[in-house]
Each structure stands twice: as C-alpha cells, then as structure tokens.
Design a protein around this ligand. Structure first.
Ligand SMILES: *Cc1c(COP(=O)(O)O)cnc(C)c1O
Length: 389
C-alpha cells in the first residue's frame, strides 16, 4: 500500500523500505544470511548474491537514511569510523582534506595515523570562519570535512557558507551529522555532498550497538561508495541494521525530550556560581547561535562545561550517580565524559590547548530521564567536588 506523508515524523516510521512484501510483516525482517541461492548462473532470485555486497535488512536501513537525509543513496557500516574510512577511501595519494579544528578524535586519528601513511594529508582549519577556511585552500585540497556543532566545544559552522566556498573551489563537502541527526539538521539541503554518521549515538539511541552510515547526493558518489563498501567490507550486520531501523522510529520523540531536558540543564548549570563556563549552542549569546537556529531545529542535547578552579573535576566524575561516566553519547541515559582523556585523547596536547579542550572540560550527553533527577545528581556531584581549603 502506498504510504503518503509529508513530514519527517512519519518518514522516521514509514521511510525507506517499509515492512516485508513477502509476508506483510510490518517490520523489516532480520535476514540473517551470508548468501542467496541462485536459479542458474547469473540468475538471482531477489537481486541479492552475497551479504557483503547486499542484504535486505541493511538495504532497508540504507534507503531509510537516504530518505531522511534527503540524499540519493545510503550505506551502512560497522561503525562511524568504518563509514568515515569508506569516505576517506575516495581520495588518493597527494590529495589533502581540510578538517574542522574540533572534529571527533577518532576522525583525526584515522587521518593522522592511517591515511597519512597512504599520502592523503589533512590541514586543520577553523571552519567557523568561512573566510579563514577559504584562505586555507591549497591546490591539493579535494574536500572539507566538518562537524556542526563540533565536538566537544559545540562550535557552530555555517554549513551553507562552507559548501558555497567548497563548490567554488571544486571540493567535496563532507558533514559528520552525528550530533544533530536528520531530525534536527539536514546538511544535503544546505549544500553538502556527503553526510556521515556514527549511528551508535542518537540514531541507534539506546547504547546497544555500534554502526555507521554514509549518505551521498550524486549517482557518481553512490557508485564509488558502493564499490568501496563492497571492496573493503566494513558493513553493518543484519541484526544491528534491524536495531537501527527500530531506534530511528523513535528518534523524533526521543530528541524532543533530550533537547527539552538539555535546555533546562544548560540554564541550570549557567546559573551556578560553581560553574565557570557552559557551552551550549541553544544559548542566545553562544558562538554561532543564529547560524545554528537557521540551519538546525534547535541547540541539540549536548552540553560542555567547566567547573571553577575550587572544584575538582576528578571528584565530580567519581561522584555522579544517576549519570554515568562513559564514552559515547546520544543514548536514552545521560552520560558524562572527560574529552581531554577520553573522546579527544588522540589529539596532541598542543592542538587540544589551541582549540580549548582543557583538562577541566566536562561533556554531558543529556538523556531522557526526569530533568529534576538529573539536576539533583549534578548538584550533589558538584557539591561533593568542592575543594575545602
Ligand atoms: C562517535 C563518533 C564517531 C565515531 O563513531 P563510532 O561509531 O564510534 O565509530 C564519529 N563522529 C562523531 C561526531 C562521533 O561522536
């Protein structure tokens, strides 16, 4: 039956390949198979031959994310970094990428520790300033890779402005949309060519899987990524693809609650004498707030903050109770992490210092628990961390 809808809230549930034509099952089945019987040489039954190349559960996820991001084709990978690795495999020796100054630590690591060995170079550039970004373009630059808001200082890049400059110089614009998801921000509609996700985070949403996604907006890029996906093999398995489809159905309701909680908690933290600084793009006076409100639905649900020097962040991390000290973000449960030793440990100290990733910085992924309970937990952990002189 034809599914008619206009809004992303319906696309989250009905988008891509809905259900199963064979049985009428409303959910896409988990096609837990490595291979597919063929009628005769080259005579495929359902179009599938081997599950690295294609799998119906993965195909349903891939068409769902392509539709949600407004792209031409989607691709499912075993992790966000496998997705980023596939995108970086588009480039060849002698090519250079410009990357935002506070991209995810693992993105920096795979470039610096792996792709540099193959002669693919990178330059760190402040993409929050499109003019500085344009000045950093040298003839060997082939692409720009950005995150907005970027990890962990939540700095906002004007995606449309960067994509404009990039297109003028024939560069690909790659956006890591993990922090926003297509529910809050759709980079392809702003001019991006490629969107990548760590689906481990909000898209999965329950801290129970590791996966990555790529969405592209042209047939040429789709053919190249399909080739790389099959050739290098870092695919998401059928069960995780199923969990992701299931998680994406509630993305909208989850994010509405994540963001409502985050807005209250950001204001609460900012009201405290014990807190030196709060980074939250939803604040009217935050860097890039106007751009954020233009290119995204709201400020999202990630907050970073620093306690005043007479509070010991190490004790704070030991004292949180309801909120867990853990890597990752975007799950229904609230998590705190210490970027300088956890998510951004791959960055050399001098880059961390330059960018502002201090030892005092605390990153909070606000979950969907009761706001009062979360505030009470933060209050007791901050009180416990006060250093009595
Ligand atoms: C977690 C994360 C990644 C890496 O994804 P994995 O699924 O952990 O491989 C990439 N980008 C951002 C912004 C992330 O938060």
């Amino acid at each position: 039956m034809a599914k008619n809808y206009k809004n992303i809230d319906s696309a989250l549930i009905h988008g891509g390949i809905y259900g199963d034509a064979l049985t009428g099952s409303v959910n896409v089945p988990i096609y837990q198979t490595s291979t597919y019987e063929q009628r005769g040489l080259g005579e495929l039954i359902g179009g599938y031959e081997y599950s690295r190349t294609g799998n119906p559960t993965r195909a349903a996820l891939e068409s769902l994310i392509a539709e949600l991001e407004g792209g031409l084709a989607g691709f499912g990978f075993a992790s966000g970094l496998a997705a980023i690795t596939a995108v970086l495999s588009l480039f060849k020796s002698g090519d250079r990428l410009l990357i935002s100054s506070n991209v995810y630590g693992g993105t920096y690591r795979v470039l610096d520790g792996v792709f540099v060995q193959f002669g693919i170079h990178y330059t760190i550039s402040d993409t929050t300033d499109p003019a500085a970004f344009e000045r950093a373009i040298t003839p060997d630059v082939k692409a720009v890779l950005i995150e907005s808001p970027a990890n962990p200082l939540l700095s906002v890049t004007d995606i449309a402005a960067i994509a404009d400059v990039a297109h003028k110089h024939h560069l690909l614009t790659i956006v890591d949309n993990t922090f926003m998801t297509p529910y809050l921000q759709r980079p392809i509609s702003l001019g991006a060519d490629i969107v990548v996700h760590s689906a481990t985070k909000y898209l999965g949403g329950h801290s129970d899987l590791v996966a990555g996604l790529v969405v592209v907006n042209t047939r040429e890029l789709a053919d190249k990524i399909a080739y790389i996906q099959n050739a290098t093999g870092g695919i998401v398995g059928p069960f995780d693809a199923f969990l992701l489809i299931r998680g994406i159905k509630t993305l909208g309701v989850r994010l509405d609650r994540h963001v409502a909680n985050a807005e209250k908690i950001a204001h609460y933290l900012r009201s405290l004498d014990s807190v030196k600084r709060v980074y939250y793009p939803g604040f009217e006076d935050a860097q890039g707030h106007d751009i954020q409100m233009r290119q995204a639905r709201n400020g999202g649900a990630m907050i970073s903050f620093e306690l005043r020097p007479d509070y010991d962040y190490r004790i704070f991390f030991k004292s949180v109770g309801l909120i867990a000290l853990a890597e990752s973000l975007g799950g229904v449960e609230s998590l705190v992490c210490h970027p300088s030793t956890m998510t951004h440990a791959a960055f050399p100290r001098e880059i961390r210092d330059k960018v502002g990733i201090t030892d005092e910085l605390i990153r909070l992924s606000v979950g969907i628990e009761d706001t009062g309970d979360l505030i009470a937990d933060l209050a007791q952990a901050i009180a416990a961390s006060e250093v009595k002189s």
